[in-house]
Design a protein. Structure first.
Length: 457
């Protein structure tokens, strides 16, 4: 590439500083697919003969096999994946290889490789997200009758079922899947043919190239096409939010697995011990996932900052998009895999959940609503029950142990049916508006998710 323009080779230290092949070799498959489609277009435009085209195709296929069998020698002095493959091709098939870069620059080439890579990873991450949601759904199905306190501010609030909690997690991961589908729409655009930034005087059929490479659309402005890394930012955001959701799930599982809660236990296979304290059983998989989320945010910040205020079209800064992207992809793939494997093994302590959910204070709101149904304004009912709860705390008696006579002193509307208020089944059965945790609702949601997610392969 330097031949012609430069008299001396780049300084060794400059080569080492600027090479990217040590990490962008991962794009080889997309680079080869792009080159194969580009060669076909050049042949159609009669820039190369059919024989040359066939040679290029065969050469690229052989190089791919070499790479995949680990026999390919990556050469750092050749800067990046594109130059490595081009050089290997020319070496293998001779002068025909030197025609491949006609009407193409590494600027549109790298944009293409990145889009193909992100498209594939959207599919892969989506399928792992689906496995995770199936694992959550299986747990939800198994625990429909397990009641548990719902918490706000990490304080006992109102009764729900464990299934309702799990279905809530599925909702969040479904939004993540939806975000990925949306990100795919803007990623699925062919940049190849944009050249360095101004296309080329050699006109290729870009629509046909797009079809061959499986793109639904073709970029409409060559300068923007080599500039644009929005799809990387968006994808990193999608991955960061998956991390966010995994970190919140992790946090719940970690807290619930403490002796203080005792709701859950991680199995041996997914727990770690302490090098010092023999009794320890630590939830390291969940803790690591919570921690790794920080890196996912960092990677997103990194690409946003890198692209900020860049002059238009291609700048070498853009090479720095790869490490954060690869790191986030690897991190999220691994985290989703761990969770899908770990969740089915989770030991659920129904009794502890049940015991916690029978705390009569969880029904204080139900008690206020009992009065509302008999005609008392909610604010007034809230006050009556609030002072009752305070008095119970003072006297050290449970809210459901207050006699009817005592209750009647606070409101004549209290009656014998007040006992039902403290029955958890009764409480849940009344919570039947859309989205609330009645058993009927939970069962319907499980059915809906099952139809949507299937049972898995
Ligand atoms: N390795 C470069 C990157 O990742 C490829 C494009 C290089 N283009 C250039 N004009 N130097 O962005």
């Amino acid at each position: 590439m330097r031949k012609g323009r430069f008299n001396t080779p780049a300084a060794e230290i400059a080569q080492r500083y600027s090479e990217s092949v040590s990490f962008d070799w991962r794009l080889y498959r997309y680079d080869i697919a792009g080159s194969t489609a580009h060669a076909a277009a050049l042949a159609r435009a009669r820039i190369m003969t059919r024989a040359e085209h066939r040679k290029i195709e065969g050469g690229l296929r052989a190089i791919q096999q070499q790479i995949e069998s680990g026999k390919f020698q990556w050469d750092r002095s050749r800067e990046d994946v594109h130059m490595n493959i081009e050089a290997a091709l020319t070496k293998r098939i001779g002068p025909a290889g030197a025609k491949l870069q006609t009407a193409r620059s590494r600027n549109d080439q790298v944009a293409l490789d990145m889009r193909l890579y992100v498209k594939d990873e959207i599919t892969e991450v989506s399928s792992r997200l689906r496995n995770l949601r199936r694992a959550l759904l299986n747990l939800a199905e198994k625990h429909v009758d397990v009641v548990v306190p719902g918490y706000t501010h990490l304080q006992r609030a109102q009764p729900i079922t464990f299934s309702h909690y799990l279905l809530g997690q599925i909702e969040a991961f479904e939004r993540d899947a939806e975000r990925l589908r949306d990100c795919l729409v803007r990623t699925d655009v062919l940049p190849l043919g944009s050249g360095a930034l101004a296309g080329s005087t050699i006109v290729l059929d870009r629509e046909l190239i797009a079809r061959q490479l499986g793109f639904s659309r073709v970029s409409q402005n060559s300068t923007d096409a080599v500039s644009d890394r929005d799809f990387v930012c968006e994808f990193l955001f999608c991955l960061a939010v998956i991390g966010l959701h995994l970190s919140r799930l992790s946090e719940d599982l970690i807290i619930w697995s403490t002796s203080e809660f005792g709701f859950l236990e991680f199995t041996d296979a997914f727990s770690t011990g302490s090098s010092l304290m023999p009794q320890k059983r630590n939830p390291d998989m969940a803790e690591l996932t919570r921690g790794k989320t920080g890196r996912l945010y960092g990677n997103l910040m990194s690409i946003l900052t890198m692209t900020k205020a860049l002059p238009s079209s291609y700048n070498r800064d853009l090479q720095e998009d790869k490490k954060p992207l690869f790191d986030s992809v690897d991190t999220v793939r691994a985290a989703l895999e761990i969770f899908a494997a770990m969740l089915p093994e989770l030991k659920v302590n129904r009794k502890r959940m049940q015991a916690a959910a029978s705390d009569p204070n969880l029904f204080a709101t139900d008690l206020a609503e009992y009065l509302v149904k008999k005609g008392i304004p909610f604010r007034k009912a809230h006050e009556i029950v609030g002072s009752l709860v305070a008095e119970c705390a003072r006297k050290g008696i449970a809210l459901n142990r207050v006699s009817l006579a005592e209750l009647k002193k606070r409101s004549v509307l209290f009656d014998v049916d007040v006992a039902d208020v403290f029955d958890i089944r009764h409480s849940l059965s009344q919570r039947r508006a859309i989205g609330a945790p009645s058993h009927e609702n939970v069962a319907a949601q499980i059915k809906r998710w099952r139809a949507y997610l299937g049972r898995g392969d």
